[in-house]
Design a protein around this ligand. Sequence first.
Ligand code: HEM
Ligand code: HEM
Length: 175
Amino acid sequence: MEPCQRYSLFSSLMHWLMAILIIALLIMGWQMGQMPKGPEKFEWMGLHKSLGVLALLLILLRIPGRLFSRVVTAGHTLQDHIARLIHLLLYLMMLAMPISGVVMSWAGGRDTHFFSLLTLSGAREKLPAVAGFAHEIHVTLIYGFAALIVIHIAGFIYHQFIQKHDILHRISLRP
Ligand code: HEM
Ligand code: HEM
């Protein structure tokens, strides 16, 4: 592995923006789950949905940006293969979570507002089976997603501080 290789500025920027956004969405989602039904929960749900749609827009930009930019983790050790698999699964989660959220809301007949900029109207006739399936996916995947993030961060700590490969530098925003 080449420690001096770097991700593009675009990939690095997307990584850190999305990392903050996703951790916020997970914490916020769990908080919402604890709240009693009412106007406060409704407001949080609106913000969760707007930020979730932002995550969807960012990942839809990030994936093509990543496909056309430099590949960094090009090693062939078992550790490199595991890192690549975890990254791939993280990308799948970053797609599946917001898509299942949007489908759940749409099929439940609820509008999705993207802040006050755009509104995706809910289905005119509710589709309870589709909404139920999307809900199941949304609330089940969070455990896999959270576990992958923990593994990813543990891998980072091992690599950076125990093996002493400066991988943070590869995805850093600093020139
Ligand atoms: C929600 C949280 C996060 C997600 C979804 C995430 C996702 C990813 C993905 C998909 C990649 C691969 C990039 C690519 O190949 O295009 C990556 C790389 C990386 N991430 Fe994260 N990440 C998160 C949080 C973090 C945190 C908190 C750290 C460290 C403090 C971190 C450190 C790194 C590093 C160092 C790399 C580069 C690995 C390499 O050079 O092979 N990530 N991350
Ligand atoms: C990366 C993006 C997203 C993440 C990480 C995320 C995470 C979460 C989490 C952790 C929960 C709590 C689940 C529970 O109570 O067990 C939740 C609930 C929810 N999310 Fe998301 N979400 C995302 C995107 C979206 C989007 C785009 C929408 C809709 C436009 C959405 C709509 C909802 C709704 C309606 C609930 C409440 C479900 C219920 O009634 O139990 N989410 N989300």
